[in-house]
Design a protein around this ligand. Structure first.
Ligand code: PEP
Ligand code: MG
Length: 831
């Protein structure tokens, strides 16, 4: 027998896709191939992807392939080659342009053996709550149906009707839908299904509704316990047909859309419409798993604004077994943690504490002016969807509102808001802006924002159809009402007006006429309104780019709607996950287009903003700044990080970068250019007050390393706390770094540290450091940059030598404040 030892290189662990790829490789050989995870001691047949997945293998787990058979030698060579070069590529996330970089799972979490479901992060953050499926609570009302002597007859009738309906649907279907409906049909035709309901009515004296629900629960419970993914996923099919059976029996009780949240909840759905999202109480919504949503869907935009983390890439059906149980949605590591135990909960309470501290630090910095390093001012504004979001956005450091999506006011209701209601909402935002500019985008209805009461017929291509400015002439009364409200509210602050989806000059000329009429009416009615309302258009239809000069004669400013612009420029649906790898605004064509817009507008003395999601992606800030964008508008929570990034940038360097990017031949070339673009920063001392932690409630080695690395991120010394932590653990797991006397000195030389640092944690109580040298009360962590040569070894040995000195040790433990410790170490050691 031959074997190959390796560490799992997959950042997302051995999930379905790499397991399938590995199985394909193993199946090419006659030999028996066993996969062994040494951390968990789990074994699997290398030729079964289901078995490989169920080994629970995570990033960096130590693994072995054992190969025995007639062609074992060739198999070993080929598999060795595969594992060391190609295996890692099988982990790539299908939507290649997902802006969230997948981090390795931190070992401080992995060592606790959490139960994880791997997804794709669409909105970052961490939230914990009970897992609930959208629509899963709509059966209660059936339970009130009393038992009746006709129950058995009604059951037969409903089963027959459902079978007939499914048969009918089958005729028009093919592919996956056909398979699912056939499976449903075979389930209800299964004798046991109907027999069990009959038995519950006859023997347990349940009403028909109770019996259908009980039968569903019994089957689902059994399936949920199965170790097979396939069987667990059948839960949703059973629910589905049971619900159909109930609604056929009592059509008058069709599910309503009422869905209330009253405890912390992580919601699972295939997708939610913006109005469904708006109907939820976000105080209790801690996270969402949306199987099929796009990166810039409006629901996602709303979720980001409300700081709600969102994952996709997980099947609703695969989560059914966890309904009603506690889960943690970790958008930082792109996982859903199911049934966390106490240690895992502790990990997340430390993670939450770090996130809160980071947020507080950012809020503190938010008030700082938005300037580049060479003091060029840039406008950083917020996107909001309701007046309620404005105060939070200003607290995050917004210098104005760059996009008020006023259409949100029209959604999730039966009639349009009247003038007074709108006036009050707009005035509220202007008052909380205290003189800062607020751009009111007039109602952008249509596309994925449908308003039922306008009775606009369904269209085949809503994004190319009757939406935004195109509907205004038909709904002129609604548009005028909105203009009246904005003009009146404008008297209380600094209001600007922006029109969505404009593509021809005629449209803006028509808007200006309407505006004039509305002004005259307000004047003649003696109603106070603003005499000054700068007018702008959203640049989100590509044809506009060629006539910016003409628009400059008619409007005061432009704002690039990169969400729509991306879909229209490349003809790629912004909400369709199947084409999401193509939905990437960072390409030479997009950047050249931005350059053209900005150059033309600037030649005519007009300014250009950007208010699509791209405007808040700090990674691309140097490019957009270099192209000359004047204003960046984004969801409020993104502002502090973007402002911090801005302070690192030199405007000249950004201009050069943007010019180079426009000359690149592919998106990949631009990404490489960006990866090499590192703004220079002033050096920081190795040891400082900000890296010394006193009396944090840290009770395990995992928590200490997690916290110290997280703290370096809060202090801006690393951008990659999780990768840094991984480097620290790699050293730690070779041999423990406890050096005796109650001290441990974990250390690493890492590419992930921006400013080499020494961190110190003085613990409240001694903790186990997995060493024979005893427990540890003081942790001194060295994280030095990759360029530091052997300095980490030098600092380490200097510290270790000092610790032998009793007087030094006593002074070290006697220091009762971060400042005391800092003074002592600075006096005793030359860093
Ligand atoms: C855009 O298209 O970029 C934009 C900001 O508008 P919305 O996302 O509301 O369509
Ligand atoms: Mg748009």
């Amino acid at each position: 027998m031959l074997s190959i030892e390796f560490f799992c290189p997959l950042p997302n662990g051995l999930h379905a896709r790499p397991a399938w790829a590995l199985k394909e490789q193993c199946s090419a050989w006659r030999s028996d191939i066993r996969f062994i995870n040494k951390r968990l001691n789990t074994h699997a047949d290398g030729k079964s992807s289901l078995a490989l997945i169920s080994t629970g293998t995570l990033f960096n787990d130590s693994c072995v392939l054992e190969i025995s058979g007639s062609d074992e030698e060739q198999a070993r060579r080929a598999l060795d080659q595969y594992l060391s070069s190609e295996f890692i590529d099988s982990d790539s996330i299908p939507s290649g342009d997902a802006p969230h970089v997948a981090h390795p799972l931190p070992r401080s979490l992995v060592r606790l053996n959490p139960q994880l479901q791997h997804g794709i992060t669409l909105a970052s953050g961490i939230g914990a709550g009970t897992l609930r499926g959208w629509q899963s609570d709509n059966l209660q009302r059936y339970r009130q149906r009393p038992a009746s002597p006709e129950d058995i007859t009604r059951l037969e009738h409903s089963l027959a009707t459902l079978a007939e309906q499914l048969n009918h649907r089958l005729r028009g279907l093919d592919g996956e839908s056909k398979t699912i409906i056939s499976a449903h049909l075979s389930l209800i035709q299964d004798d046991e299904f109907g027999e069990n309901i009959r038995r519950l009515i006859d023997e347990e004296r349940l009403s028909l509704a109770e019996a259908i629900i009980r039968n569903m629960e019994q089957i689902c419970n059994k399936l949920s316990l199965s170790a097979s993914d396939y069987l667990r996923e059948r839960v949703s099919d059973i629910r589905d047909i049971s619900e159909q059976l109930l609604s056929i029996t009592w059509p008058e009780l069709q599910p309503t859309s009422a869905f209330t949240l009253d405890t912390p909840t992580v919601l699972v759905a295939e997708d939610l419409t913006p109005s469904q999202f708006l109907s939820l109480d976000t105080r209790h919504l801690k996270g969402m798993v949306l199987e099929k949503t796009g990166r810039t869907s409006h629901t996602l935009i709303l979720a980001r604004a409300a700081s709600i983390p969102v994952l996709s890439g997980l099947k609703v059906a695969s989560l059914e077994p966890y309904a009603g149980k506690k889960v943690i949605l970790d958008g930082v590591c792109s996982v859903l943690v199911t049934e966390p135990d106490e240690a895992v909960n502790h990990y997340y309470s430390v993670a939450q504490r770090l996130a809160d501290k980071r947020h507080q630090q950012q809020i503190k910095d938010a008030g700082l002016p938005a300037l580049t390093r060479d003091n060029v001012p840039v406008d950083i504004a917020a996107n909001i969807g309701s007046a309620l979001e404005a105060p939070g956005a200003f607290a995050s450091g917004a210098q104005g509102v760059g996009l008020f999506r006023t259409e949100m006011l029209y959604m999730d209701r039966d009639t349009a808001p009247d003038e007074q209601e709108q006036f009050e909402a707009y005035q509220q935002v202007l008052l909380s802006a205290e003189g800062k500019p607020v751009i009111f985008r007039t109602m952008d209805i249509g596309g994925d924002k449908q308003i039922p009461y306008l009775n606009i017929p369904q269209e085949e291509n809503p994004f190319l159809g009757y939406r935004a400015v195109r509907i205004y002439p038909e709904f002129a009364h609604l548009f005028r009402t909105q203009l009246r409200a904005i003009l009146r509210a404008g008297a209380s602050g600094n209001a600007l007006l922006m029109i969505p989806m404009v593509h021809s000059l005629d449209q803006i000329l028509w808007v200006k006429q309407e505006l004039q009429k509305v002004r005259e009416a307000l004047t003649s009615q003696g109603l106070r309104h603003t005499p000054h309302l700068p007018l702008g258009i959203m640049v989100e239809v590509p044809s506009v780019c060629f006539i910016i000069d003409h628009f400059c004669d008619e409007v005061d400013f432009f704002s690039i709607g990169s969400n729509d612009m991306t879909q229209y420029l490349y003809a790629v649906d912004r909400n369709n996950p199947r084409v999401s790898p193509l939905y990437n605004p960072i390409t030479p064509s997009f950047l050249r287009m931005v350059r053209q817009i900005v150059d033309a507008a600037h030649r005519h003395g007009k300014w250009v903003g950007i208010c699509g999601e791209l405007g808040g992606e700090r990674r691309y800030l140097p490019l957009l700044l270099g192209l000359g964008i004047d204003e960046f508008s984004m969801s409020g929570p993104r502002i502090p990080a973007v402002k911090a990034q801005l302070r690192q940038l030199e405007s000249d360097a950004c201009r050069t970068l943007a010019e180079q990017a426009c000359e690149c031949r592919s998106a990949e070339e631009i990404e490489t250019l960006l990866a090499d673009f590192t703004p220079e920063e002033p050096p920081r001392p190795l040891l400082a007050l900000e890296t010394i932690v006193f009396n944090e409630p840290l009770t395990s080695k995992e928590q200490v390393l997690q916290f110290l690395c997280g703290n370096l991120a809060i202090q801006g010394r690393t951008e990659n706390p999780l990768e840094l932590e991984e480097d620290v653990w790699q050293r730690e797991e070779i041999v423990t770094t406890a050096v005796g006397f109650g001290v441990a000195i974990p250390h690493t030389k890492s590419q992930w540290i921006r400013h080499s640092s020494i961190s110190i944690a003085r613990l409240e109580k001694p903790i186990d450091w997995e060493s024979e040298m005893g427990e540890v009360e003081l942790v001194i962590m060295l994280t030095l940059g990759a360029q530091e040569g052997n300095n980490h070894v030098k600092v380490f040995s200097q510290l270790a030598r000092k610790l032998v000195n009793k007087a030094f040790r006593e002074a070290l433990f006697a220091a009762d404040s971060p400042q005391g410790l800092l003074d002592l170490l600075n006096a005793e050691i030359s860093f």
